[in-house]
Ligand binder design. Structure first.
Ligand SMILES: Cc1ncc(COP(=O)(O)O)c(C=O)c1O
Length: 381
């Protein structure tokens, strides 16, 4: 554990604040600068740059993502955003009739792609389920409320505004028993939390923005498609980089729509965007070095310490402790949230305040004394 703290403190010694805001932007470890600088040298002077050197670059982070999840790199693709991933999946599935069900008030990336598909394609319909006071969708709740015709269910693992975490195993088992495609947006969890191989076995597709808990750059997301789902999908976009004949620069004009193996056919265009990938590779290397399970345990200790010590007289907890990840949301009882925001800022604490609620994100670069400092300011309101 000490070695872990040593690595972390070197990587984050330059952070200007007590940063408790990974749910907004995750800070990248310092080593990313080295990788980005290498990419920048290429951008500033691409003289004599061999084709192979940039063309294969996306393979590095593809493998790193796969290692973090414990899956094959053949099942991972590069994307720009969670929205893009959901757009891709619905287009890849919608030649056959699809009924998508989502949760009302989920992040727009998990709703809008399906709304547009419903507007544009006769083959797609959408239901937005209102939780009506229920904390989270559970298997028994879905059994009662999920429209019978549902073929796809999509939701966030951890909700962005309340920090509530769905039980993937429980609802995944239910959805699998109904043969329903289960798409999970893990953006607000993965990196600060680990996903188990058992959980993964019930998931059809994962989407994840890389710039939050994964500590990567803005402008990148990755997708995972289970081997079972892959059999049902046909990639909707042609892209010369993922064409089979792109590997050798002299065969580019032998046009073919055959693609590279695995799910590379789903990769974003200009996949080898070197500046972004440089930052991403540094972040993933750091997460792999520490191990997601170790990070999860460390983060859990921080949030438990917070839960044990925050003032219940002054704040209501919005996040249910038993269904939580690393995001903690609170509401002040009689507290001026503008004043609170100012006091936190004056004390170098960076959190999100949304409509009077405080959203706190505990991640691996935080220390126990950060939580103590936060508790003190919260208590002084
Ligand atoms: C749950 C969740 N999903 C996705 C995103 C980002 O969406 P996108 O990658 O479509 O920009 C966010 C951003 O806050 C989020 O909280």
């Amino acid at each position: 554990m000490n070695m872990m703290r040593e690595i972390v403190s070197t990587e984050y010694e330059d952070l200007k604040s007590i940063y408790l805001n990974a749910a907004y932007f995750g800070p990248s470890p310092k080593r990313c600068r080295r990788y980005v600088e290498k990419s920048l040298r290429h951008e500033l002077d691409p003289s004599y740059s061999p084709y192979d050197e940039w063309y294969y670059r996306p393979e590095k982070s593809r493998k790193q993502f796969a290692e973090l999840l414990g899956v094959s790199a053949e099942d991972i693709f590069h994307a720009c955003s969670v929205s893009d991933i959901n757009n891709l999946i619905i287009h890849a599935l919608s030649p056959t009739t699809q009924h998508v069900t989502v949760i009302e008030k989920d992040y727009p990336s998990n709703v809008l792609p399906f709304m547009l598909a419903q507007e544009r394609q006769n083959s797609v319909t959408l239901s937005r389920l209102n939780l009506n006071g229920e904390i989270l969708p559970t298997a028994s709740w879905l059994e009662k409320n999920l429209p019978k015709e549902t073929t796809i269910f999509c939701c966030s693992w951890v909700t962005f505004d309340t920090g509530k975490k769905v039980d993937i195993l429980e609802i995944g088992k239910f959805l699998k028993s109904r043969n329903i495609t289960f798409i999970v947006d893990v953006t607000q969890g993965l990196g600060g939390l680990a996903i188990t191989s058992e959980e993964l076995s019930y998931i059809s597709a994962i989407s994840c923005a890389s710039y939050k808990w994964m500590l990567g750059p803005y402008g990148h997301a990755f997708g995972y498609l289970s081997p079972e789902l892959q059999k049902k999908l046909k990639h909707p976009n042609a892209n010369w980089l993922t064409s089979k004949n792109s590997k050798i620069v002299t065969s580019l004009l032998e046009y073919t729509t055959d693609t590279l193996p695995g799910v590379r056919s789903f990769d974003r265009g200009q996949t080898a965007n070197l500046l972004t990938l440089g930052c991403l590779e540094g972040a993933l290397e750091f997460l792999l070095e520490l191990g997601l399970k170790n990070i999860q345990t460390y983060n859990k200790n921080l949030s438990s310490f917070f839960y044990e010590n925050y003032s219940t007289k002054k704040y209501d907890l919005i996040t249910p402790i038993e269904n939580s990840g690393n995001i903690v949301c609170l509401k002040g009882k009689n507290i001026d949230s503008l004043q609170l925001e100012k006091d936190l800022r004056d004390q170098d604490i960076d959190v999100s305040i949304r409509e009077g609620n405080i959203r706190i994100s505990f991640h691996v670069y935080n220390e126990r004394n950060h939580v103590e400092h936060l508790l003190k300011i919260l208590d002084s309101q």
